[in-house]
Design a protein around this ligand. Structure first.
Ligand code: FAD
Ligand code: SF4
Length: 528
């Protein structure tokens, strides 16, 4: 600091890698300084996938270097330098004593846990902490509160329409482009028997020296953590993230909508390239870069809109894609901001079982789970339907404690940050919030997986069977779930059809299913 006192410390968290963020407003690289830290607690408070840890650290180090190039002083703590476990709070405390800045400034943290701990830390040190709104998002917490006011229940679809009107995205005057708000009816395609055919493999980013150093560090320091690093090829800089965006818009967006919900795995354990193509299919693979704030949601939305207006992608693909970002992503952030911290402890169905061990190994006879978990451990990625209707669905039907499910999702995906992961897991996937986020539990039997993928064709179980030696555990547990929660679900008009089907089961069928479900639970417990 050349002897002069740092006036302000601009505190940048690992998922705030945006040089245009409000944290920098009004500050000057000559007088003020940036503070960043790789605190080990952030990699261990859940048992994080190696690729998730590596992505954060690699992106942070590249961001630090980019700030240096712009002339900023960056006080940066690396994990290599600290032999003992470190927390953000401890590192901040030590540096506040060292630098005694006039104040610390930061963009609001996405995580409730991190923000509360930093507020306490600053208070104990007697230093002012200014927390600025995060303009990365299109909907502020106040906007969301405005949307929520006076509504008996919150639903994404209404929020999304409001966002379309407010932003003018895909609007034709006061009407939605093409006359409809939602083209999902066209977006439920499957790959049939033949599979997805030729898909352009998503652009891969070969690790540079900075990233390689991080990969080595993570491999050594977190050797016992789940997941692999061999396939690490995520964008870790803004330039790479922009390339990844361009690659998606040009090569996969046109098919995104139609095959958004489909899943596929090559039965004959494929080459690396085919495995990678089938893991990502026509998805954008942009969530990690977006959540790190290397990309702005507005530029992604604009790129997709331009593809539509330029005739490069059909409306159903573009609307479906934009809905994920302008709709779901902003909506879940609103839910998180509105209901935390109590949200974390909700458990509508009083589910208490531990998470089966195979979630960490992929070792299970259930082919859909073997693939979804295996791919997660290899790439740190699974697409939305794999998360919702394979790993999430099984945990819900089995009766796993939603807190354990949440901790798994937060640990194993490279895009996992709590503000987006928690409502998706606890609300959408486990319905543990009793409907604050979604109108009904997303439940289905093995027949859904059979329709949307080729997993069942290569599985020893039969999705049409709920009892017997080849009964599909999803199908058994589906009926068992309906029986266990029949009373609670009866008041939900969106469950009427599923409960009507349950009525068709006679007493002996019900009892056989219950017995089979219990045997399955015992078997899962005994193999753990
Ligand atoms: P695409 O399918 O290409 O979608 C485009 C973009 O839309 C994504 O990059 C993402 O930014 C956004 N998006 C799509 N669906 C959602 C959604 N439901 N909520 C918020 N944003 C969405 N997403 C995360 O970013 N982080 C998480 O930790 C996370 N955890 C999840 C946990 C569960 C149980 C479920 C069901 C979903 C979760 N999602 C999470 C949402 C979604 O699965 C991922 O955003 C998506 O799979 C990321 O892959 P992609 O970039 O290829 O997405
Ligand atoms: Fe999964 Fe059941 Fe299909 Fe097997 S039969 S892949 S367990 S849904």
């Amino acid at each position: 600091m050349k002897g002069s006192r740092t006036r302000h410390l601009v505190l940048i968290l690992g998922d705030q890698l945006d040089a245009g963020s409000s944290a920098f407003d009004g500050f000057d690289a000559r007088r003020d300084a940036v503070w960043m830290a790789e605190a080990s607690e952030e990699s261990t408070h859940v048992w994080s996938h190696k690729a998730r840890i590596a992505l954060f650290l690699a992106a942070m180090r590249h961001f630090r270097d980019a700030l240096h190039e712009r002339g900023w002083t960056v006080h940066y703590h690396t994990l290599d330098a600290a032999e003992n476990p470190t927390t953000l709070a401890d590192l901040v405390t030590a540096d506040l004593a060292r630098f005694r800045p006039e104040k610390i400034v930061m963009v609001e943290a996405g995580d409730w846990r991190v923000q509360s701990s930093l507020k306490e830390t600053a208070q104990s040190a007697g230093i002012e902490l200014e927390v600025r709104a995060d303009r990365h998002f299109l909907c502020s917490h106040d906007d969301f509160a405005g949307h929520a006011t006076g509504r008996k229940q919150l639903r994404m679809e209404y929020f999304y329409r409001e966002m379309r009107r407010r932003t003018g995205v895909l609007m034709d005057g006061d009407d939605p482009e093409g006359g409809k708000w939602n083209y999902d009816a066209k977006n439920r395609g499957t790959f049939g028997r033949d599979g997805p055919g030729e898909i352009a493999e998503p652009i891969a980013f070969r690790p540079d020296a900075t990233t390689r150093a991080v990969l080595d560090l993570v491999a050594t320091r977190f050797a016992d953590h789940p997941g692999e690093l061999t396939h690490f090829d995520w964008p870790v800089t803004r330039d790479q993230a922009l390339e990844a965006l361009d690659d998606f818009i040009r090569n996969r967006l046109p098919q995104f909508g139609r095959y958004q919900d489909a899943m596929w795995a090559d039965p004959d354990e494929e080459s690396d390239g085919a495995q990678r193509r089938h893991a990502y299919l026509f998805h954008s693979r942009l969530s990690a870069a977006l959540n790190l704030k290397l990309l702005d949601p507005r530029e992604i939305i604009a790129a997709a809109e331009n593809a539509y207006y330029g005739g490069a992608a059909p409306l159903e693909a573009v609307e479906g894609f934009i809905r994920q970002i302008l709709g779901w992503r902003e909506y879940v952030r609103g839910i998180y901001g509105r209901f935390m911290p109590d949200y974390l402890d909700l458990n509508e169905f009083d589910a208490r079982l531990p998470l089966p061990d195979f979630y960490w190994t992929g070792r299970t006879e259930m082919n859909c789970l073997r693939h979804a978990v295996g791919q997660t451990l290899t790439h740190g990625y699974a697409h939305h339907i794999q998360r919702l209707m394979v790993t999430g669905l099984y945990a819900l039907l089995l009766g796993v404690d939603p807190r354990a499910v949440h901790e798994w999702y937060l640990a194993v995906y490279v895009d996992a940050v709590e503000w987006v992961e928690l409502p998706n897991t606890l609300g959408m996937s486990q319905f543990a919030d009793g409907g604050r986020m979604a109108s009904k539990p997303y439940i289905a039997s093995g027949k859904y997986v059979q329709r949307m993928s080729n997993y069942c064709g290569n599985c020893r179980f039969d999705p049409a069977q709920s009892t017997g030696a080849t009964a599909c555990p999803f199908t058994t547990l589906y009926w068992d779930f309906l029986m266990r929660h029949e009373e609670a679900l009866a008041g939900n008009p969106r469950m009427t059809l599923q409960l009507k089907n349950l009525e068709r089961l006679d007493r002996s069928e019900r009892s056989a299913i219950r017995g089979q479900a219990e045997a399955h639970r015992r078997q899962i417990e005994s193999t753990d």
